[in-house]
Design a binder for this molecule. Structure first.
Ligand code: OOG
Ligand code: MG
Length: 284
């Protein structure tokens, strides 16, 4: 983790806590971490690393905080629609200074219908990343899931743009910080074309990332742990160890293939896939 006190230049944070001292006398717990991050999301207020203040925020505690936050979202009526992988490509790992993938939850409020702009009024500092998405035809539960057995559970594959948003200033966080923050969840757009996995070589499926008419980055599916099915297997095995299974019909975002790029107001981001079509979103 680099300097966590100075917001980066891409920061467009509407609100920022100057210090987190109002909470420093309280006991830390997974529930408190969940509450702080959900409140930050609701109030669009970014903050500094929690793990820096509370070194005992281990990965296990962070996943517990993530599950507590999910229970809170469900109590407010949100419905789980799938999971999202984080930090599955070298590009993303190097960009964020983290060297392990992670998994988090998707709910119905995170699915952005095609054609709508990035909902800036819900987000702090949105960034866009191209992803390959699976929709499962069968349930999948680890341990012991391999890339091949994972692929056998997939019904359709889609191209996607994920709009991530971190509750940490300047996206400066540790792996545990990000896991507790539901892997920087924001919104995601899938489509417009779906294919069967057996009709594609997903390791070779390419994408171009375009911002305001310029191609700024490109990658193939091999960027995602060698093959996006490895990301799906990782999700099934990691969730299985925590007592969760993936359900038929769920969407799985397999992780950003390139660096995430800041989405400026008034800009236009497009992703073009070899076989999975193009998706365009206005920066709002
Ligand atoms: C955390 C992980 C986000 C991905 O695809 O890597 C993610 C982050 O980079 O803010 O969705
Ligand atoms: Mg992502």
């Amino acid at each position: 983790m680099t300097d966590i006190t100075t917001p980066s230049s891409d920061e467009q944070t509407p609100n920022q806590q100057s210090s987190n001292q109002q909470s420093s006398n309280q006991q830390w717990s997974a529930a408190r971490v969940a509450d702080i991050l959900l409140t930050a999301e609701r109030t669009r207020t970014s903050r500094t690393s929690i793990q820096k203040e509370w070194p005992d925020l281990t990965l296990d505690v962070a996943y517990l905080a993530q599950d507590i936050a999910l229970a809170d979202r469900r109590a407010r009526g949100e419905v789980v629609t799938g999971v999202k992988l984080g930090l599955t490509s070298r590009a993303k790992q190097q960009q964020m200074g983290v060297d392990e993938p992670s998994v988090a939850w998707l709910t119905d409020t995170m699915a952005l219908p095609a054609g709508l702009p990035v909902p800036r009024n819900r987000l702090i500092h949105p960034r866009a990343e191209p992803e390959i998405a699976f929709v499962l035809g069968r349930p999948l539960r680890g341990p012991g899931v391999t890339a091949a057995s994972a692929l056998a559970a997939v019904d359709r594959v889609y191209g996607a743009i994920e709009i991530i948003d971190s509750r940490y200033s300047g996206f400066k966080f540790t792996l545990a910080d990000a896991v507790a923050d539901n892997n920087s969840s924001g919104v995601y757009i899938t489509g417009p074309i779906s294919r069967r996995v057996e009709d594609l070589d997903l390791a070779l499926e390419a994408c171009l990332l375009e911002v305001d008419g310029d191609i700024v980055d490109s990658a193939t599916g091999a960027a995602v742990l060698g093959h996006p099915a490895e990301a799906l297997a990782f999700a099934a095995n990691t969730l299985g160890a925590r007592g969760h299974g993936l359900e038929a019909g769920w969407t799985v975002l397999t992780g950003g293939m390139t660096d995430a790029i800041a989405v400026a107001p008034g800009s236009r981001v497009a992703v073009h896939f070899t076989s999975l079509g193009s998706i365009t979103v206005s920066g709002g």
